[in-house]
Design a protein. Structure first.
Length: 406
């Protein structure tokens, strides 16, 4: 496709991936360099996402050499055409990472924040919830102190969130007993229970965990619970019935069957949030058509922010709000801030408050949180860049367990 000459065109000269140690996982970044010295950055993930994604991105990246930065939709559509027989999963994540880095470079070339490419800023700050509240301190206490081993610690985490001015917190499924607190992630084979069956004890423990967090945050802070892929329809309904006495902002869960999720929603007194693992409008649409969700969670790191805007617009046509899925590094957080600043039908944004000791040194800046909301930056691009010297000072570490859990 030929374009008329419109002044100086910024051409791509190099595409490379970088990674660094992130404690229980590695952070992964894409760097696109141009002939004008402008660098576009994005983040992708091989911990929650598939191993080998870096290699796929680098292979597709070579096709970009010599091409114009600004025509990101042309590049996305062309790459997606090569993957039409297998349009989702690893290839879609590769295209999303490339799209996001191109958006950063294009915005920098125009000397504007990325949200100006998305229609402009609708809000000056983005309401956030404290994700993995108590969860990281149970799962990875050596990285995110103080260590939590019992319900008293869960309650204390809630008190801390309230005292720090957060208006919403989200936690996960845990068992509690003589051996302390332990994550329940059967959907990720930890523990290995392929039937994804829930037991009376698990139900009691999950309820006690959420009750402790609710006691800690008080009545004015919202509580969210993430069930992930850890139960099938029958088990989810049992959990929902046991949680009916609690006032929850939403129940989050993942089911690949939109009709099953629609049935769950019809039986729940709590709002249902889902879809963080879906790609594009085509995968999201059945969940909207069957009225399976109250909130559509969109992973802009996987999909690309431009494609995520299309998903959000489709959700708005069904009177459904969206929430960014965001549990990566500071770069991902700021990428999501631009999406959240521009999308009309925003519900709330996820962010992790417990951070690694070296998180801030990895980047040129860090998200600014005031009164439970992240301030929207005015700098060109994403308004943040990785510090390559700091990345090299924390080289990536080979991982042998999924999500850092044995």
């Amino acid at each position: 496709m030929e374009r008329a000459n419109e002044g100086v065109l910024v051409k791509i000269t190099n595409v490379e991936t970088l990674s660094c140690d992130a404690g229980w996982r590695n952070y992964h970044f894409l760097k696109i360099t141009t002939d004008e010295g402008i660098v576009g950055w994005s983040e992708f993930d091989e911990a929650f996402g598939p191993a080998g994604l870096s290699h796929v991105i680098e292979n597709y990246g070579q096709w970009l050499i010599g091409k114009e930065v600004s025509t990101h939709e042309l590049h996305y559509t062309t790459m997606a055409s090569t993957a039409r027989p297998a349009p989702h999963g690893m290839t879609a994540e590769a295209f999303g990472a490339i799209e996001n880095a191109l958006l950063d470079a294009k915005a920098k070339a125009l000397d504007v924040p990325v949200y100006e490419l998305l229609g402009g800023r609708l809000r000056d700050s983005i309401p956030v919830y404290w994700s993995h509240c108590a969860s990281w301190r149970i799962n990875h206490p050596e990285l995110y102190p103080p260590r939590i081993t019992d319900l008293a610690g869960v309650r204390a985490a809630g008190e801390e969130a309230r005292e720090r001015g957060f208006t919403a917190v989200k936690t996960n499924m845990f068992t509690h007993g003589e051996g302390g607190a332990k994550a329940w992630m059967a959907g990720f084979a930890n523990p290995f229970e392929p039937g994804l069956n829930v037991t009376p004890k698990l139900i009691r423990d999950v309820v006690s965990h959420v009750e402790a967090l609710r006691d800690g945050v008080g009545d004015e802070v919202e509580v969210l619970l993430d069930l992930n892929f850890n139960a099938r329809t029958e088990g989810v309904l049992r959990l929902l019935r046991a949680l009916e006495h609690l006032d929850l902002f939403w129940i989050e869960l993942d089911l690949y069957n939109p009709r099953a999720l629609s049935h769950v929603r019809s039986q729940s007194r709590h709002p249902i949030a889902s879809c963080e693992t879906l790609f594009g409008v085509r995968q999201l649409l059945p969940y909207l058509e069957t009225q399976a969700i109250d909130v559509a969670i969109i992973d802009t790191v996987w999909n690309g922010v431009w494609q995520s805007m299309k998903m959000a617009s489709t959700a708005e046509a069904f009177d459904v709000n969206v929430a960014p899925h965001n549990f990566y590094s500071h770069l991902s957080t700021m990428m999501n801030v631009h999406f959240a600043a521009a999308v009309p039908n925003l519900r709330v944004m996820e962010t992790d408050i417990d951070r690694l000791p070296w998180d801030d040194e990895l980047f040129s800046t860090s998200p600014q949180i005031v009164d439970g909301a992240i301030l929207v930056p005015a700098q060109p691009g994403w308004g943040i860049e990785p510090n390559e010297d700091a990345l090299r000072a924390h080289p990536p570490v080979p991982r042998t367990s999924y999500l850092g859990l044995d």
